[in-house]
Design a protein around this ligand. Sequence first.
Ligand code: ADE
Length: 234
Amino acid sequence: KSPIGIIGAMEVEVNSIIAKLSGEESDSIAGLLFHRGELEGVPVVVAECGPGKVNSAVCAQIMILKYSPRLIINTGVAGGVGVKIGDLVAAECCVQHDFDTTAMGDPLGTLFLRRGGDSEDILKLPCDSGAREVLLEEARSIYGGAHAGVIATGDIFVADKEKNRWLGEKFGARAVEMEGGSIAQVCYMNKVPCAVLRAISDSANDDSPVDFPSFAKETAEKSAELLIRAVRKL
Ligand code: ADE
């Protein structure tokens, strides 16, 4: 049976999941470790991809080609945009806020995909609504703050309130991180459903350099714990 793929950028974002795998075996590809096993009886493959869009895209593409996952879920932490530290955000869609060909007249964040001999322009990378609803329902049954919204991805750790405000204004973002939009792009290109679940570790402002190291572990584990609780329903 095809597994669910689970990707986190940092060790704290996936180690509690890997620790719960039964029958765990791993493969090393491109320096990334892919842990196969069962999570709550559900076949999964879990990897720590490292930060940023390229690391996460390479990881997602390898996962798809090697393990044919039926769904890929990106779990971890994010900077909040109008939501509180400790809140959870499940992506309605993802955008890449740092992809900028506006000088050529394109809307900010527009991506250019190949479709056979054709090409396609896309801004909002879709996420699977069924998986999102399962995650949100589980989140709401345990925690207060659980939101569906746009997740903005870029190769920048945002620690600036102006940039934060801009992300809300330009994209309607609820959270900012560094991998969801690239994983969603790879999934879209391969027609694999994806979900992005993030717990807010900091407010993507001047306090982030202090808040992120203070809250990353506990919030990363919150997102992972939620995923573990929901996995049988996905
Ligand atoms: N992940 C967690 N906090 C973040 C931030 N402020 N910017 C980008 N990625 C993050």
